[in-house]
Design a protein around this ligand. Sequence first.
Ligand code: CAA
Ligand code: NAD
Length: 309
Amino acid sequence: MAFVTRQFVRSMSSAAAKKIVIKHVTVLGGGLMGSGIAQVAATSGHTVVLVDQTDEILAKSKKSIEESLKKVAKKKFAEDPKAGASFVEKTLSSITTSTDAASVVHSSDLVVEAIVENLQVKNELFQRLDKFAAEHTIFASNTSSLQITSMANATTRQDRFAGLHFFNPVPMMKLVEIIKTPMTSQKTFESLVDFTKAIGKHPVSCKDTPGFIVNRLLVPYLMEAIRLYERGDASKEDIDIAMKLGAGYPMGPFELLDYVGLDTTKFIIDGWHEMDSKNPLFQPSQSMNKLVAEKKFGKKTGEGYYKYK
Ligand code: CAA
Ligand code: NAD
């Protein structure tokens, strides 16, 4: 229990002892993940404020949410397009946007962070917002690979802080990993389990370890696929086909790398390499570094290992 500091024991709030019903959610970051998280929270009856750095980014986020909702509506209301259109409209109306997180978090039960995969940037944001949020508010990070405990320690609400890790594309992927640090209260954990179920997802839990469950297994696999390609053992197209037809994966590793974002994957692997530079699974990749340097981040920028229209 080395992480449990005296400061934490002093800060253990009475709010942490109560399970809360999450109704109002702030999502920080309106990129691939934040947009999806805002969408699924709004779809299940929560009011959502989506925060990003500029109104232009937020307009793009809203557009992508609308497109995704239309896909959902097409299936859910196949027989009744009018009901589908009103579902899209009602869900969108539950999502407001803001470029000023400090002015919106006070009325939230849950703040989910989905900004860039950089510990310092995340810590700074959490530290700042801690002063503006209500006492009962739970803070959660959607980080792919960083330590939740470190983020919790940037705040005074370590007992109301956890990892809430969604998967891309959020509207389709059923899993959420809930990460309990040694300081997360049981009631906070239970509140997040209830929230996860309320948004129609399946929760699993994992200790605060690098990559939790899915990414600890998935990211080394993706990096191993890149190494296979970089050695010239097989083409990226054949590797993708092989894993789809031979292992039943919905996407090949290069399709998935482009889908996740090469910038995000590079942040993950660079962080782990820094932590354990001798681990052969955590070695950086030349081809990925080159693509990221050229701002070819994958599907979201139109080019990564593949080109997109
Ligand atoms: N919103 C709503 N609906 C969507 C959607 C979205 N964003 N994306 C896809 N769909 C729907 C489509 O409309 C389509 O619906 P129909 O069946 O009615 O036609 C259905 O999903 C299937 O889509 P597609 O036919 O376009 O393609 P697909 O069959 O390949 O499915 C996929 C798409 C669900 C993304 C699938 O390819 C898949 O599961 N890929 C793997 C994704 C994955 O591994 N994600 C985890 C990444 S790792 C991570 O997220 C963690 C991290 O920290 C990095
Ligand atoms: P993204 O690049 O698509 O979006 C990040 C967004 O955060 C951008 O719109 C950016 O403008 C915004 N942002 C940056 N700093 C901000 C700040 N201080 N305040 C408000 N907004 C800010 O990234 P993403 O793929 O959505 O990933 C976000 C987080 O989710 C990362 O921690 C990532 O590791 C994690 N994650 C990603 C995936 C994935 O498949 N891409 C899956 C699960 C988890």
